[in-house]
Design a protein around this ligand. Structure first.
Ligand SMILES: [Zn+2]
Length: 673
């Protein structure tokens, strides 16, 4: 039995999980499931990355300890994966003891091998990306995210990255090591242009793993995070079982990443491994971004689509199928609710769902629920053999595409078989044959239904890693038991036995009507409103106030934060806070949360839309004095332009907003400073 080890990147706990995270995890889950069906001893790892300055600051802004903050978000990831049926074998958190000790062990080993030394770093650092920006000047923006970098002057530890230039280039000579080729070429040209030693510790904050023998320093968050791929399977442990597991599973067979973290995974990570005399992973595979209406999904742009919305309305299989079928793996893909519902109806409800239901219903009706067998050679037609041959070809092609990470083409191939069988059924009219009692018609009917059921069985087995839920149900309906026991290596035409008793036949993919799109859109709008309202509670440079779903440029950091997380009075003065009087307040139609208000701020009357309808009846607000952020860029909520934001405290737990107000009388327009 061969082993197969696959990893997702571990997700940084600065953001709640969205379908961008789900996409990577689904792709890995699908690969892991297929390898289990192929009989491989499979280990599938995912987890959360929880250290670093960004987390420390975000926690502080949320009035939580970094550990509380990390616990909450990490738990959201675990719950979501559970709900989606993600089949990971372990979930590593970088704040776990097992990880911390083993990272220190790796650090020690590399230091003992002579690749870590002490030095002074003076330069620019992007806290948002936790990234050293070589060659940047004070005030320069980060090349990755556009935020203003911070000047760092620190005594710390350096990794001798420059020693690995040639060895890395040698490793890249293997075309399977970094995929797809565009990413491989980028990495090669980056490394050819020369590598500088990298600072791998920080001393100005404490939320990290202490450097062994020098607890004033913490290990750079990327070193810490990348090490998870080996610490989780036992590297650096003194426990014999863990050492065994590490020996068995390392090197990883596939390490899946998003294209924005290619440099860390394809340059730093292999260099760290080489410095520790460890073998390199067999393949690092980078996928593209999932775009929402042409714009990268990200927390800062507020155009995140939550996975829960899709799970609630269409289920996990729909999302899994859509992402793997619609996105050409490696390239950027586009997500929209319209496309999701369209794909769901055409391929799942009308495709495999309909094939299963019509085939199995007819076997129930004409053969009392037992699979018939084409007994007479005379009852065969060339069309039957065509389906059998196509099915055999589909098994081969599906495997080839899948092994090349071309999920979209693999599924296209399998669904071409679904379409061919549909056409075959229509042309052979089993329902007409079923009306006749003569032996020839019965025999012909048996052949047609056997052929359809056997093709359905093959598509179901192939599609199981992608749509595990529905295929498990179809498998039961086919009377075949537990689909996870299928030996995919032996899958071939003609294995469905005569007399197999069908299970209870039920539709697996009910058709979705137009309201599905509206429902999902509405759930997301409500979510965005509450996210937009949360922004005022987290004055972190990472939090942007953009909440529109339209394409947005990257918001530069609003403030210049000093290394200890404080802002200057000038930064505060940029925020124009005014006293306002509510003149008009009314509910926004079809929204539970939103109120539309007209607020007099002295110089003008502003329209403001706020997510406070659950806490305040509109009529109670008329005449009330409120605090308005008057110079906030306008944004649209449910089609209404909101010009400003009302300041409110957010209650712990319920998140209920409580409006800020005044005990003394103040005129509208007065500035808060
Ligand atoms: Zn950045």
């Amino acid at each position: 039995m061969s082993k197969f080890y696959i990893t997702t990147p571990i997700y940084y706990v600065n953001a709640r999980p969205h379908i961008g995270h789900a996409y990577t995890t689904i792709a890995c889950d699908t690969i892991a499931r297929r390898h289990r069906m192929l009989g491989d001893d499979t280990f599938f790892l995912t987890g959360t990355d929880e250290h670093g300055q960004k987390i420390e600051r975000a926690a502080e802004a949320a009035a939580k300890t970094p550990q509380q903050y990390a616990d909450e978000i990490s738990s959201e990831f675990r719950q979501l994966w559970k709900r989606m049926g993600i089949s990971n074998d372990d979930f590593i958190r970088t704040t776990e003891e097992r990880h911390k000790k083993r990272v220190q062990e790796l650090f020690r080993r590399i230091r003992d091998n002579g690749y870590i030394y002490q030095g002074t770093y003076t330069g620019q650092y992007c806290v948002y990306d936790e990234l050293y920006v070589d060659g940047a000047q004070p005030g320069d923006p980060c090349p990755t995210c556009g935020r203003i970098t911070e000047t760092v002057h620190e005594e710390n530890y350096f990794f001798k990255l420059s020693a690995f230039q040639d060895k890395l280039l040698e490793a890249y000579a293997n075309p399977d090591f970094i995929r797809p080729e565009t990413r491989r070429n980028e990495v090669i040209s980056f490394v050819r242009s020369g590598l500088r030693d990298q600072s791998i510790s920080r001393s100005v904050f404490s939320w990290g793993i202490p450097v062994p023998d020098d607890p004033k320093q913490v290990i750079y968050v990327w070193f810490d995070a990348l090490a998870n791929y080996i610490t989780a399977i036992g590297y650096g442990s003194s426990h014999p079982g863990a050492q065994e597991a590490f020996k068995k599973y390392w090197p990883a067979d596939v390490q899946m990443i998003g294209k924005e973290i290619v440099r860390f995974h394809c340059v730093y990570w292999p260099a760290f491994l080489m410095a520790a005399n460890l073998p390199l992973p067999k393949a690092i595979v980078a996928h593209g971004w999932l775009l929402f209406e042409e714009s990268k999904m990200s927390k800062s742009r507020g155009n995140i689509v939550r996975t829960e919305t899709i799970l609630d309305v269409l289920g996990a299989d729909a999302l899994r199928y859509f992402l793997l079928r619609e996105v050409v793996f490696g390239q950027d893909g586009s997500f929209s609710f319209d496309a999701l519902v369209q794909r769901y109806n055409s391929d799942l409800a009308n495709g495999i769902g309909n094939l299963a239901s019509r085939t199995l219903t007819m076997i129930n009706r004409y053969f009392r629920g037992e699979v018939p067998y084409p007994s007479h050679a005379a009852s065969r037609r060339p069309a039957d053999d065509t389906i059998a041959k196509l099915a055999q070809k589909t098994i081969r092609e599906f495997a080839n595409f899948f092994d090349q990470f071309q999920f979209s083409r693999a599924l296209e191939t399998a669904w071409a078989l679904v379409a061919a069988v549909d056409k075959y059924i229509v042309e052979n009219e089993p329902w007409s044959l079923g009306e006749k009692q003569d032996e020839d018609s019965r025999s012909r009917l048996a052949t047609v239904l056997y052929t359809s059921a056997e093709a359905l069985r093959i598509v179901t087995a192939l599609a199981h890693p992608v749509i595990p839920d529905a295929t498990a149900k179809i498998w039961m309906q086919l009377g075949l038991g537990d689909i996870q026991k299928v030996a995919l290596k032996e899958l071939a035409w003609g294995q469905l036995h005569l007399g197999t008793r069908l299970g209870e036949v039920q539709p697996v993919f009910p058709r979705a009507d137009k309201s599905a799109v509206e429902r999902m859109q509405q759930m997301e709008d409500q979510q965005r409103t509450s996210v937009a309202d949360e922004v005022k509670d987290t004055p972190s440079p990472a939090a942007s106030t953009q909440a529109s779903t339209k394409a947005q440029p990257i918001a530069p950091s609003v403030t210049n934060v000093t290394p200890d997380g404080k802002i200057t009075i000038d930064d505060f003065a940029k925020i124009d806070l005014r006293v306002g009087v509510v003149k008009v307040a009314e509910r926004v139609p079809k929204s539970d949360k939103l109120l539309r208000m007209e607020v007099d701020i002295g110089s003008e009357v502003r329209q403001v839309v706020a997510g406070i309808a659950e806490a305040y009846a509109p009529e109670t607000l008329i005449g009330r004095k409120v605090v308005i952020v008057a110079n906030l860029a306008p944004r649209k909520l449910r089609g209404l332009e909101s010009n400003g934001m009302i300041v409110a405290a957010s209650l712990e737990g319920s998140g209920r907003p409580v409006l800020a107000g005044f005990l003394e009388d103040v005129p509208p327009g007065a500035r808060l400073k």
